[in-house]
Design a protein around this ligand. Sequence first.
Ligand code: CA
Length: 398
Amino acid sequence: MLLSRFLPALLIGMGLLPTQAASADDFADCLARLQPQARAKGVDSASYRRYTQDLQADLSVLELLDAQPEFVTPIWDYLAGLVDEQRVADGKAMLAQHHDLLERIASRYQVDKYTVVAVWGVESDYGRITGKRPLLTSLSTLSCHGRRQAFFRGEFFATLKLLQQGDLRSPDVTGSWAGAFGQTQFMPSTYARIAVDFDGDGHRDLVGSVPDALASTANYLRKAGWVAGADWGYEVKVPEQFPASLAGRGKRKPVSAWKAQGVTRIDGKPLPAASTPAAILLPTGKTGPAFLVQRNYDAIYSYNAAESYALAIALLSDRLRGGSGLRTPWPTDDPGLSRAERKELQKLLLGQGHAIGEPDGMIGDKTRRAIQAEQSRLGLQPADGRAGQKILRALRGN
Ligand code: CA
């Protein structure tokens, strides 16, 4: 689950958010008040005391809870980072390395192994990036402060129960600020509901066990309605006169109706059976790539309800299967950057004297401000701070 990186830190400086010191007693009181609710969810008193006694609120998560993205990422930038050559190569290596395991999982859950690996790649870069915020700290803070306390209490208690049951071994487990964690980036309540112990050691360990993580992803997709042997969908061509108003994931029709509208697969292969329910997606309107999506796309979508996210997994799964990627270009003259290119751009910005920190391929505020300064200096329009091919080429000097 990908997070906004923009923090209204000014609010704290201006005294508009409470400081941590002022609320320490309140926080301890809040944790004491929550214990009966936790007990009602199956967390015994000893576990509650053990895992909460040293907790301190971290109010910086409230900034993330309330952050409004200042910069809307175009879909081509999003996909350029998530479905880059490195993630494709890494995914193919994982398919080879875990071949037997993935075959067993595919057979047990009747789910496509390429999709399982694609989810793993997009969620945590194959287990490499799982979030750095202490889970219990974030979830206990969000249970006592902010505008979604009831929701986060459920996740907080679920985490405590996973610890009590021994699924989670360490209370120091880290994740996203909102509580998604481990190789599958499940929320704790999803973990409690969906996770499976596939390596048979008696623990459902989605942090340390690849077999548990991959099988749990497969279990998630199966419960979300995955249809064995079917595809997620295809890149398609829609005719000139196709009404854009017919597009949308919820606007399903039988494939025969789309055929009658003149929709064809871009690779010339036949569309699925005439009665199959499907929808047409036009993420950038009629000038960019078009997709026909079916039931399995919805299963992917349910993992993290965002269209660009589901497309990233679907398109990565196609690449892992050996496909060559989209045929239709996105409607931009300044395509997005892979993670390797983002790092290269950051190195070039450092070379120009911008103190943006260690190049990590993450485009945050500092990088964006430095890009904007360079765009202005080089006379590139618009000087919007966006990391694209144009500024990279300009700084490379070609
Ligand atoms: Ca296990």
